[in-house]
Design a protein around this ligand. Structure first.
Ligand SMILES: [Zn+2]
Length: 147
């Protein structure tokens, strides 16, 4: 795995795992998926529907979650992102919303220059991931708005 220097981290990229609420996606599945596709786990943190925050990769190594931006970002993924019809949807539970907020707040304290973005806000990403607007939901946590 490639090294990720603390000073290089400029983005906190939020993803959904793209599973239905009725089909829990285990930590083992998530890790196996990354290993099969990329030879390593893709993300740094996994936020389960019950609000559990599971650390996956150490912050000192690069993930494989955001093409062209892995060298300067951490990847945070929540369980869900599809409705029962299989369409992109914000399926976050209240516990997940709270956990995402506290995790991102902690990370912004650790990386004061880092901006929170949804995967779909990165250039040339034609995906709905993470199925909600990080720009508006995390407005108060962005570098220019922190107090
Ligand atoms: Zn994504």
């Amino acid at each position: 795995m490639k090294e990720l220097k603390h000073s290089a981290v400029k983005l906190l990229v939020v993803h959904c795992v793209a599973c239905k609420p009725s089909r829990p996606f285990s930590v083992e599945n998530l890790i196996a998926c990354g290993e099969a596709k990329y030879g390593q786990c893709s993300y740094h943190y996994y936020v389960r529907t019950n609000g559990d925050i599971i650390p996956l990769l150490p912050e000192s190594v690069q993930g494989v979650h955001a093409r062209h931006f892995n060298y300067c970002s951490l990847g945070i993924v929540y369980e869900g992102g599809l409705n029962e019809k299989g369409e992109s949807a914000d399926t976050r539970t209240p516990a997940q919303k709270a956990a995402l907020w506290s995790l991102l707040k902690e990370l912004t304290e650790e990386y004061p220059d880092a901006r929170i973005v949804g995967h779909n806000e990165l250039p040339h990403v034609a995906k709905a991931c993470p199925c909600f607007s990080c720009a508006s939901e995390y407005f108060a946590l962005q570098p220019e708005n922190r107090v």
